[in-house]
Every structure is written in structure tokens, then in C-alpha cells.
Design a protein around this ligand. Structure first.
Ligand SMILES: NC(=O)c1ccc[n+]([C@@H]2O[C@H](COP(=O)([O-])OP(=O)(O)OC[C@H]3O[C@@H](n4cnc5c(N)ncnc54)[C@H](O)[C@@H]3O)[C@@H](O)[C@H]2O)c1
Length: 446
């Protein structure tokens, strides 16, 4: 069935993941009928880039009053998702929201309540689930390869280009992003919840900022474009050198004051770069999770231990050499990041690869290897597959890829619980965040 879509938030993701594809690859099933953003310059840029006269609005309600719309796509900054999700559903629209569904437990409960009251549908765009390699892990676990699941070890590494970028942008303040345990790790907690087909019940966490600290870069300014020591800083971002960053953000600073080249060592940053979380699941499964945002490589490792053995998976997403780190122009768009297996160590040994492997170690010896072709597309092939499912037909879904509000809640609530745990040094029960009045623990500050 043909559907009409409006997008709120015409930044990097709104344009690159949704707007451009809706008017090209999905034009046979979808109409993009309206674009909304609080920044009028970014709206005009988007309209010109799309080369289509799609109506633009700085007022969300005015957009919904003016154009036909079946589904609202929410791609604003994280802490504002709840507002648009709720307003859209109250006006009879279905919603697709970018992750995280929202940034704290109060907002999460409000979304779930309004979804129930209005009977509308909310889907959360968990693209990572759709990457073929991650899908293969789901398939193996669903077939019961490790038997009864006992524990999971999951580590995620963010490099000094992509990882550092979170410390320059709106993400660097918890009031915008919820911190990396919500903004970034909601992807990871969702993967774990989905892989295990289980829900988290209890969370404890430790976290701190250890690398992106003001004292590490004496004399730094508040943003790269006015910084006295920019040229000697490995983290210098030259907005003017990159056409897209310049047109999308720098040209439009005058409208909202937002600058995308904030200093990664700023005192104003209040998010962690080093985090450890433990989670107990409803089936007694234990998770240990780690996230670090200052490594020379990017990627992840997971292992599942069960009654029949251990399944391991590893994906090296990128590697950055010291020389690459100082190529200021190419680096601005992330072009210097190389997809190589960084475990080989020396630069000369770093190898490109065309497949990824999962290995199963049966309990009493041996190893079985499963190879999955490597997909050189956005998020390991997840973006395109997610769009196909959402915009064409998601009724065939044998592995349960489509994520609704419950999955969105369970992913972000692990991060919300971890934030509370970090602040208070306590274990936090997910049920206390989801149903505070029935558990009697409504005093927990979310
Ligand atoms: N699934 C993924 O892999 C993935 C990747 C990147 C971003 N994202 C998500 O997409 C969303 C957008 O991220 P981005 O990288 O495009 O950020 P961005 O800063 O490039 O764009 C955000 C846009 O939202 C607009 N905006 C902010 N507050 C608004 C408000 N109250 N009303 C209207 N417009 C508002 C900003 O002006 C900006 O144009 C975030 O939620 C992020 O978590 C997801």
C-alpha cells in the first residue's frame, strides 16, 4: 500500500537514511510530503539537495495541518524524540523513530502510554539488527547452537574519528543524548535483547570520562574554527574543508547557534567515554558489556556461553593510523577510516577482508566456523535492509527484525538504568523504571 511520509529533523540522518531514498528507491511505494526542522537554513539546503519542491516547515503542527501524512519519521536529536512521537500519535499518525526511542524512563513511559491510548504504531529503526552478519548470529542462536544460554560478553570500541565526534556535537551533553550508554549503546543493548530473545531485569554500571578531558589539551578553545592550537591538535575538525559539513551545519549556525566543531576537550562535556555495565536477564542470563570511545580502531566482539559451548563473533569496522588522524580534510568526512582486520597489529599486516566469521567452540572440544559475506554498505548492510522492510513490506519477518516500542523501551531502559546506577552506585531494576507506581520505587530519579 502506498503511504505518505513526513520527516522531522533534516540533519545527516534524516537526509542520508530517509529523505534521499524515499524519493528515489521507494518512489513506487512512498510519497515524501513534508520536511520539518527548527533550522530554516538546513531545511532549505535539504529541499535544494533533493531537487524537489517538498514543502518545508519549522513548525511541526503546521506541517501536519498542511500536508497528507500517514507516517512521521523522527530524526531529530535524541532528547526531542518523545515530543514528536507523542504529538504525531495523538494526531493519528504512525511513527518510525530513530534510535534511541528516547533518553529517560519518564519519557519512555509517556510514549508507551500514548501508543496504547491512541492505538497507533511506533517502530524503532534498529538498523544494526538487519546487517547480515548480525542476522546470522541471531539465526545460530535461535537454532539453539549454544544450548541453554548462561552468559554474554560484549565489547564495543569507538575510534578517535567516529568516537571523538560524539564529544564535538550535541551528543556531548546528557540532556541531549542521554550519554553514550543511551545514544550509542541502545543499538548494542537492542542487539543483545534481540539475539537472546530475552528482556533485561537488573542493571549496574560504572562510567567516567578518562580520555576527552580538558587537561589533556592545555590551551584548547571552545571550538575548532576559533581555536589557537587547532592546527597542532589531532582532533581538529575543519568544517569549511568538507562540502557537506559546511553546507549542512556551518552555513546554518546563524539560525540556531549550533556549532558542529565543538572542542572534544571542552569543560562543557558531561558524557562518559569509558563504561562498564552488567545486566541480569529475565532467564537468568548474565551480560557484561564494555564501551570505550578512544581506540585506534572501531568494531565489536561478542561471545555467548551456553550448555553446549561458546559462540564468538568479531567485526573490525575501521582502523586509523597516526598519519590518517592528521589528514584534516579527508578525516572530516571519515574517509580515512580503513576497513581492515586490525588484530594483525602492524600496519603492513593489516588485511582487507571479504567475509566475516562466527566461531562455535563446542563444550568438549572442536570448532565450527560460519562465514558471512562482508557487505560494504551503510551499517554493514543494515540500513538498506531496514528501509526495504519498513517501506515495502515487513509482514514476512521470521527472525523478528521489526522493532516496536517494547524493544525500543527495553534497549534504552538498560542505558537509563545504567545512568542511574552510575550516579548512585546502586543496582537498578528495569521494572522500577517501567512501572514505578506498582513496584513502589517511584522515588528513583530517572
Ligand atoms: N541508526 C543509526 O545508525 C543512526 C545514525 C546516525 C544518527 N542516528 C540518529 O538520528 C538522529 C539524528 O542524528 P543526526 O546525526 O542526523 O543529527 P544532526 O544534528 O545531523 O540532525 C538533527 C537535526 O534535528 C534538528 N532538530 C533538533 N532539535 C529539533 C527540534 N526540537 N525540532 C525540529 N528539529 C530539530 C536539527 O536542527 C538537525 O537538523 C539521532 O536521534 C541519532 O541518534 C541514528
Amino acid at each position: 500500500m502506498r503511504k505518505s511520509y513526513c520527516i522531522v529533523g533534516t540533519g545527516h540522518r534524516g537526509i542520508g537514511m530517509y529523505a534521499q531514498d524515499l524519493i528515489t528507491n521507494y518512489a513506487d511505494v512512498a510519497d515524501l510530503t513534508g520536511l520539518c526542522d527548527l533550522n530554516p537554513g538546513r531545511l532549505e539546503y535539504t529541499q535544494k539537495l533533493l531537487k524537489m519542491d517538498i514543502p518545508i516547515f519549522t513548525d511541526f503542527d503546521e506541517m501536519l495541518d498542511s500536508v497528507s501524512c500517514d507516517v512521521v519519521i523522527v530524526t531529530t536529536k535524541d532528547a526531542t524524540h518523545d515530543d514528536f512521537i507523542i504529538r504525531a500519535m495523538r494526531r493519528g499518525k504512525d511513527v518510525i523513530t530513530e534510535k534511541p526511542m528516547t533518553t529517560d524512563a519518564d519519557k519512555c513511559r509517556a510514549i508507551l502510554k500514548v501508543e496504547q491510548e491512541t492505538g497507533r504504531t511506533l517502530k524503532v529503526a534498529f538498523n544494526y539488527r538487519y546487517a547480515p552478519y548480525k542476522t546470522e548470529i541471531k539465526r545460530l542462536l535461535k537454532e539453539g547452537i549454544v544450548g541453554e544460554l548462561h552468559s554474554v560478553e560484549f565489547r564495543w570500541f569507538l575510534d578517535t574519528i567516529h568516537g571523538a565526534d560524539y564529544f564535538r556535537r550535541w551528543h556531548a551533553q546528557k540532556q541531549n543524548s542521554g550519554g553514550l550508554l543511551i545514544h550509542k549503546a541502545s543499538h548494542h543493548f537492542d542487539l543483545i535483547n534481540w539475539w537472546l530473545d530475552a528482556e533485561p531485569s537488573e542493571v549496574a554500571a560504572m562510567g567516567s570520562r578518562q580520555y576527552y578531558l580538558p587537561e589533556r589539551k592545555p590551551g584548547h578553545g571552545e571550538r575548532c574554527s576559533t581555536c589557537d592550537i587547532a592546527e597542532s591538535c589531532e582532533f581538529y575538525l575543519d568544517l569549511a574543508a568538507d562540502k557537506v559539513l559546511h553546507a549542512l551545519y556551518q552555513e546554518n549556525e546563524k539560525y540556531d547557534g549550533y556549532h558542529r566543531d565543538g572542542c572534544v576537550f571542552s569543560k562543557r562535556i558531561d558524557i562518559e567515554d569509558t563504561m562498564s555495565v552488567i545486566v541480569r536477564y529475565n532467564r537468568g542470563i548474565q551480560l557484561t558489556y564494555g564501551l570505550t570511545a578512544a581506540t585506534s580502531f572501531e568494531g565489536w566482539q561478542v561471545a555467548f556461553n551456553g550448555s553446549k559451548g561458546r559462540l564468538e563473533a568479531f567485526e573490525p569496522e575501521a582502523f586509523i593510523t597516526a598519519e590518517d588522524q592528521t589528514k584534516f580534510v579527508e578525516r572530516a568526512s571519515g574517509r580515512v577510516r580503513r576497513t581492515v582486520d586490525w588484530r594483525n597489529g602492524n600496519l603492513a599486516d593489516l588485511k582487507e577482508f571479504d567475509s566475516l566469521e562466527a566461531r562455535f567452540y563446542p563444550l568438549f572440544g572442536g570448532v565450527q566456523t560460519f562465514k558471512v559475506p562482508f557487505v560494504k554498505e551503510g551499517h554493514g548492510g543494515g540500513d538498506r535492509r531496514l528501509r526495504d522492510h519498513l517501506f515495502r513490506d515487513d509482514s514476512y519477518d521470521p527472525l523478528g527484525h521489526v522493532a516496536g516500542s517494547r524493544a525500543g523501551a527495553m534497549a534504552m531502559l538498560v542505558g537509563a538504568a545504567a545512568n542511574i546506577s552510575m550516579a548512585n552506585g546502586i543496582f537498578v531494576k528495569i521494572d522500577d523504571l517501567l512501572n514505578p507506581s506498582s513496584t513502589g520505587n517511584s522515588s528513583i530519579s530517572t
